[in-house]
Design a protein around this ligand. Structure first.
Ligand code: PXG
Length: 453
C-alpha cells in the first residue's frame, strides 16, 4: 500500500497540534511521517532509513520491532482488556509488575503507584509526598526543591518541578511551594574548580536553600540522576552522595526522577545505582515498556508507603488507567526480554566502553568543545572556539543546523541548544556504533563548512 504523504501532511497541518513545535512553521514545511522500525533503525514514509541514535525519545531501550511485546498485548487484550485497581480490585499483570519493579529498584523502594506517563508519576509524587508529611502532623513541610533547567514533565506539577523557563512562561507556572537551585553543569559553571570540588559545591546549594527555607518546610528534593532534556548534564561523581547526605541530615525525601536514566541507560538498571545513592522515591516511565505502550510508575520506599498505607483513610488519588493490565503485560514482557537477553549487561560491558572511545574521537572535531558520556547517554557540546568553555552568541542555531544535516545523512540526533544528544537503543551493536560515528563526523564536518560560508 502506498502512502499519500502530501495528503497526510495536509491533514496533519489542518488537525494536529504537535507538542514542542512551532506549529505554524511545521504546517508550512510538512511533518515527517514515520512508518516502520526495526532494531536501531526507523523508516519514514518517503523510504529514508534512519539510524535512531535517540531511541525515539530516550525510550526504545530494547529497540524497535520486537513481536513479543505485541503478542503480550494481544494475549492480555483478548483475555481481559481492562479492569481497574479501584474498588478493592486489580489484575494479575498489575500485581506481577509491581513485584518485579520492587525487585529491580534499589534498596527498600518496594511500592508502585501506576499512572500513564512520567509527568503523571511526578504529579503523583508531589501529592503523595505532601500527604505523607501532612498525615504526620507536618502539613507545612510541603516545599519541593528541583533544579533550574530540570525536566520532570509537562503536567502542572511536572512542569513546575522542572525548571524550564519556556514552560513556566506558558500557563502560569510554577505552582506555589516549589523552589529551584542551579544545576550541576561544570562546562558552563565550574570556573577553575576541578570537577570533584565543583560537584560538592553544586550539591551544597541544596543545603543553602534548605536552610534559607527552613528544614521544617522542605518536603523533598527531586532530580534526574543525569539531566537529560536540557543537554545531558552529567554531574561529577561527588554530587549525588553529597545530595544524599544533605537530604538525610534535614529529613528531606530524596526523589530520583529515573524516567530517562532508568532501565539501563547508564549501564546500570537505574541512575541512582550508577552514582551510588539510595532514593526514597523514584519516577519511572519510558524504558519501563521501551516506549511500546504508555506507562509510568511512582515508586515509594517502605517508610513512605508505610505511612501512606496506615494513614487511616482512603488515598484520594488515581486514574482510570492506573495499573492498566495491557500496559503492565507489555512492561513485564519488556523486562523479561531485558533480563533474559542481558541487555543492561550488553550495554554496560559490550557497548559503553567502545561508545565512550568513539565519542571521545568525535570530541576531537574542531566544532566540539566537550564530548560527555555515561553509559549510553551522551552529548557533544558545539562551540565557536574549541580552546574555551563558551557558547555561540545565538544559542541553538548551530545545533539545529547540525541536527538537520545529520538527518539528511540518515542519523537521528537530538539538539538542545547547541548540544547534540545521544541515547541509542541499548541493543545497538559495535558495527552500528561505527556507523553512528561516521555519520556524526560527516555531519559535524558539513556543519562546520556551512558555518564557514
Ligand atoms: N521526567 C524526566 C526526567 C523526563 O525526561 C518526564 C519526566 C516526563 O515524562 P512523560 O512521559 O510525561 O513525557 C520526562 C520526559 C526531550 C524530551 O525533548 C524529554 C522528555 C519528554 C519529551 C521530550 O528531550 N522527557
Amino acid at each position: 500500500m502506498t502512502i499519500d504523504i502530501s495528503e497526510l501532511q495536509r491533514l496533519d497541518a489542518a488537525h494536529h497540534l504537535h507538542p514542542f513545535n512551532d506549529n505554524a512553521a511545521l504546517a508550512k514545511k510538512g511533518t515527517r511521517v514515520l512508518v516502520r522500525g526495526e532494531g536501531c533503525y526507523v523508516w519514514d514514509a518517503e523510504g529514508h532509513q534512519l539510524l535512531d541514535a535517540f531511541a525515539g525519545l530516550w525510550c526504545v531501550n530494547i529497540g524497535y520491532g520486537r513481536p513479543e511485546l505485541g503478542e503480550a498485548a494481544s494475549r492480555q487484550m483478548t483475555r481481559l482488556a481492562y479492569y481497574n485497581s479501584f474498588f478493592q480490585c486489580t489484575t494479575e499483570p498489575t500485581i506481577r509488575l509491581a513485584a518485579k519493579l520492587a525487585e529491580l529498584t534499589p534498596g527498600d523502594v518496594n511500592h508502585a503507584f501506576f499512572v500513564n506517563s512520567g509527568s503523571e508519576a511526578n504529579d503523583t509524587i508531589l501529592r503523595l509526598v505532601r500527604h505523607f508529611w501532612a498525615v504526620q502532623d507536618q502539613p507545612q513541610k510541603n516545599i519541593f526543591i528541583g533544579r533550574h533547567n530540570g525536566y520532570h514533565g509537562t503536567t502542572v506539577a511536572g512542569a513546575s518541578l522542572g525548571g524550564m523557563k519556556a514552560m513556566h512562561g506558558q500557563g502560569g507556572l510554577p505552582i506555589p511551594d516549589i523552589a529551584h537551585i542551579e544545576p550541576p553543569f561544570w562546562f558552563a559553571d565550574g570556573g577553575d574548580l576541578d570537577e570533584d570540588e565543583y560537584g560538592l559545591r553544586a550539591a551544597r546549594r541544596l543545603e543553602d536553600r534548605i536552610l534559607e527555607l527552613g528544614p521544617e518546610r522542605v518536603a523533598a528534593f527531586i532530580g534526574e540522576p543525569i539531566m537529560g532534556a536540557i543537554g545531558v548534564y552529567i554531574p561529577p561523581r561527588t554530587y549525588w552522595p553529597e545530595i544524599e547526605r544533605i537530604c538525610r541530615k534535614y529529613d528531606v525525601l530524596l526523589v530520583a526522577d529515573e524516567v530517562i536514566c532508568g532501565f539501563g541507560r547508564t549501564g546500570q538498571w537505574f541512575g541512582a545505582q550508577h552514582f551510588g545513592f539510595q532514593p526514597d522515591v523514584m519516577t519511572l516511565a519510558k524504558g519501563i515498556t521501551s516506549g511500546y505502550i504508555p506507562l509510568g510508575a511512582a515508586m515509594f520506599n517502605d517508610r513512605v508507603a508505610g505511612v501512606l498505607k496506615d494513614s487511616g483513610g482512603e488515598l484520594a488519588h488515581g486514574a482510570t488507567y492506573s495499573g492498566h493490565p495491557v500496559c503492565a503485560a507489555v512492561a513485564l514482557e519488556n523486562l523479561r526480554i531485558m533480563q533474559d537477553e542481558h541487555i543492561v549487561e550488553h550495554a554496560r560491558e559490550q557497548i559503553a566502553p567502545y561508545l565512550a572511545q568513539r565519542w571521545a574521537e568525535l570530541g576531537e572535531h574542531r566544532l566540539v568543545g566537550q564530548a560527555r558520556i555515561t553509559g549510553l547517554m551522551g552529548a557533544l557540546e558545539l562551540v565557536p572556539d574549541k580552546g574555551r568553555r563558551g557558547f555561540f552568541d545565538e544559542r541553538g542555531t548551530v545545533g539545529a543546523l547540525c541536527r538537520d544535516i545529520a538527518l539528511r545523512n540518515g542519523l537521528i540526533l537530538r539538539a538542545t541548544y547547541d548540544s547534540m544528544l545521544l541515547s541509542p537503543p541499548l541493543v545497538i551493536t559495535r558495527a552500528q556504533v561505527d556507523e553512528l560515528f561516521d555519520k556524526a563526523w560527516k555531519s559535524l564536518d558539513q556543519t562546520a563548512q556551512e558555518l564557514g560560508r
